[in-house]
Structures are given as structure tokens and as C-alpha cells.
Ligand binder design. Structure first.
Ligand SMILES: [Ca+2]
Length: 412
């Protein structure tokens, strides 16, 4: 995913909590690849681990093993990414500023148009709407632009050796070796994110084994090629097996009646849309929501923020990635690709009492005054914090790097 034009991110595919990097920040497990170099470093412990792994692993032939491990190495940056990924959770508003940024929406519409014939054919075969598949593509690899160029065997072997989630990544390593042995791809083409998520829609090796399909008919399930067809079809196949129902929405934005009991919200509690309507829940145009089956109300930022009525298809996307923000991001981007409106509910102010318009204005003013925030999406990341710090230092203020309404007033 991406935030400012200069921050690029790689999604993590099907299994991880996802998120975005805003101005270099972090959200879940989507990683920035701005300046990080993924260079193998000599590591005797790793080499010994690889030797032991090779000796104890059955079912992979020697020529596959030799080709897979010919250029393998321990990559320290992979470990850094793994350690840094979970500490920070962004608000839904920040997430959507990235996941459904103007740039991503317009690129999404263009990509959807370009791939329309393929996406329509995929929809006919798997029963998953093309705009939804395109939205996953957009969040996972920015429509194929950021698929990751890290050698997968090195990445997952590094994580298997390091051990924090060693058993999981050893499983990914074995799956990756089986993919090589099967001839789906060669070791030099098998690249992906730091966590081994591969291709246009960032499949980890075990997801590839379970869900990848050959849509082009050449006998190869090729998610690594520039042609996204197999990746997009594989994503549709994944969603179909996760219970996707064609013709139903993931969810719809709704307006809650005043005094709505927030205790009724949450994915675990579901009622019929008629029951919700009887309580006064309406869509944003004031209409009752049609019956798409059991529905939940989710209010990610509390009753003061936007509310959504979600359906079975919401749950299907959680099988792809169990982060509520990710699912809303995919769903909303899929709507925007079709030209549907932006979210209309108001987001509450952040901890500093600032709304997104305040944060955007602050970024624009800092940039105008020579303290470049590298974009003004309203998402506060390291670049904005650095710009604030430099500004504060230049004015003899105490340097906090923190946005505030007081700072905004001074900038004005
Ligand atoms: Ca193929």
C-alpha cells in the first residue's frame, strides 16, 4: 500500500494482518520498501541452520534443493521488518487515506478498465466481482507495481532460522521448495515481500499451494509474471473458497439512529437488515438496507465515526486478511473503482484534537515554509514528524515532532 507518492509498500498477502505505511509509519504488516536494501549478510549460524534443515527435510529432491539454496543468504533487514511490524495501529481514517487515496482510486479505475476482459472472465468462472479482485490487487501490490523483489527462499529461511515464528516460516520454506520442485517457477524468479508474499496479490507459499490457479491455460500457475491474469484468478479462487457470494455487497455505509446502543455493534453480533431497520439504521441516503442476509454493524472509531452494515462477503475477505481495516479498505476501494462515493460519515478528531483537514493543512504549511512533509495526505508519519521537528528547531521552540492545533495556529 502506499501513502505519499514517495512511500511504497508491499502487502503481505493472505495470512497476515495488513495495513499501510503512512508517510513511513506502520500499520499491521504492510512494509515500506523505500530505501531498505535487502542484502544477504554472512551468518555462520544461518548457514549451519540451512545445512541442518536440508539434512532433515524429506521430499525435496537434490537438484531442487541445490538450485533453491545456491544463492541463499541471511537477510538482516527481513528480521528488522518482522520486529517492527506490529507495534503501531493506525486509525481507520488514516488507513483509508492510504488504501483509497485519490491516486489509488484513479489507478484502480484505470487498471480495472485495462483488465476488464480478464476480470469479467474470472468473474464468470469464480463468481467474484472484478472490481473486488481489482481492489485486492490495489491494496496488495498497487496494481502490480510493488510485488517485491526479495528472494523468497532467503527471506523465509531467514525468518525460519531466526525463530520468532520459526515453525510458521519453516512451513513456508518447505512450501516454497515444493513450488520450485513442481516447476511452477524458477528460484531466480521466485521473489516477493520480506515475508515471502509473492506476486500481484501477495500469496504466501502455503496459500499459493492451496489456492493458486492457472487461468491463462499455459499449464503454469504463474503469479510472478507481469501478466496479472493468474494472480487475479487465484485471488478470486481464494475468495470463492472463503464463501464469497456474487451479487452481494461486502457492506454498506449506514447512519445510526441517535442513541444507538454501541453494545450491539461488532462482527460477532448479527441480525437481519429488517431488524436493524426497525431500530432506525438507514443507508446514507436515508433508505433501509436491502436484505443481503445476516448483517452486523461495525463502528471502527466508535459511535462518533462512520458506521457500516456488513454481510457474509465481509467475512470472506477476512479469510484473506483478518484485519477489519484491511477488509473495509478492500471493500471501499472496490466501490470507489466503480465510481461509488467516498465515505460520508465524519471521522472523530485524533488524540491531538485534529481532524484530517487540520493535519493536511499543517503538512501543506510546513512544506510551503521549506519543511517538506513529502505529501499532504493528512497521515502523520516519520517524514511529517521530522518536518515538525526541523520547524520547531528553526523557531527556537521545544522540539517534540508532534502535530498539534497550537502548532497549526503558529504555522498559519
Ligand atoms: Ca498460467
Amino acid at each position: 500500500m502506499q501513502v505519499s507518492k514517495r512511500t511504497t509498500l508491499i502487502g503481505l498477502g493472505a495470512l497476515f494482518l495488513s495495513g499501510c505505511v503512512g508517510g513511513g509509519g506502520r500499520m499491521g504488516a504492510v512494509s515500506a520498501r523505500t530505501t531498505t536494501q535487502y542484502t544477504p549478510a554472512p551468518n555462520a549460524g544461518f548457514d549451519a541452520w540451512v545445512a541442518g534443515f536440508r539434512a532433515r527435510t524429506k521430499g525435496i529432491n537434490d537438484s531442487t534443493m541445490n538450485a533453491a539454496f545456491r544463492n541463499v543468504g541471511f537477510i538482516p533487514e527481513v528480521i528488522e521488518r518482522d520486529r517492527n511490524q506490529t507495534e503501531f495501529k493506525r486509525s481507520l481514517q488514516d488507513y483509508l487515506a492510504i488504501a483509497a487515496s485519490d491516486e489509488r482510486v484513479s489507478k484502480g479505475r484505470a487498471a480495472y478498465g485495462r483488465q476488464r476482459a480478464t476480470l469479467d472472465a474470472i468473474e464468470r468462472r469464480y463468481g467474484v466481482e472484478g472490481n473486488v479482485v481489482a481492489a485486492v490487487w490495489g491494496l496488495e501490490s498497487f496494481f502490480g507495481e510493488r510485488r517485491g523483489d526479495i528472494p523468497v527462499i532467503s527471506a523465509v529461511a531467514t525468518l525460519a532460522y531466526e525463530g520468532r515464528r520459526g515453525a510458521f516460516f519453516e512451513k513456508q520454506l518447505i512450501a516454497a521448495l515444493k513450488i520450485l520442485q513442481n516447476g511452477d517457477v524458477t528460484a531466480d524468479r521466485m521473489t516477493g515481500s520480506w515475508a515471502g508474499a509473492m506476486g500481484h496479490t501477495q500469496f504466501i507459499p502455503t496459500s499459493y499451494q492451496l489456492f493458486a490457479v492457472d487461468f491463462t491455460g499455459d499449464g503454469k500457475r504463474d503469479i510472478w509474471s507481469d501478466d496479472p491474469s493468474d494472480s487475479l484468478a487465484s485471488t478470486a479462487a481464494y475468495l470463492a473458497k472463503s464463501g464469497w457470494t456474487k451479487g452481494q455487497p461486502w457492506g454498506v455505509e449506514v447512519r445510526l439512529p441517535s442513541g444507538f446502543n454501541a453494545g450491539l455493534a461488532g462482527r460477532k453480533s448479527s441480525r437481519s437488515p429488517a431488524d436493524w431497520a426497525a431500530m432506525g439504521v438507514r443507508d446514507m441516503d436515508g433508505n433501509t438496507v436491502p436484505n443481503h442476509g445476516a448483517a452486523s454493524i461495525i463502528i471502527p472509531e466508535g459511535t462518533g465515526g462512520p458506521a457500516f452494515m456488513t454481510f457474509r462477503n465481509f467475512t470472506a475477505i477476512t479469510r484473506y486478511n483478518n484485519s477489519e481495516s484491511y477488509v473495509i479498505g478492500v471493500g471501499h476501494l472496490s466501490d470507489r473503482i466503480l465510481g461509488r462515493p467516498a465515505i460520508r460519515g465524519n471521522f472523530p478528531p485524533d488524540a491531538a484534537g485534529m481532524r484530517i483537514a487540520d493535519r493536511q493543512e499543517m503538512q501543506r504549511l510546513l512544506t510551503t515554509k521549506g519543511f517538506d512533509t513529502e505529501g499532504s495526505d493528512g497521515v502523520i508519519g516519520p517524514k511529517t514528524r521530522a518536518a515538525i521537528s526541523s520547524y520547531q528547531a528553526s523557531r527556537g521552540m521545544s522540539v517534540t515532532g508532534e502535530p498539534s492545533l497550537d502548532l497549526l495556529a503558529i504555522l498559519r
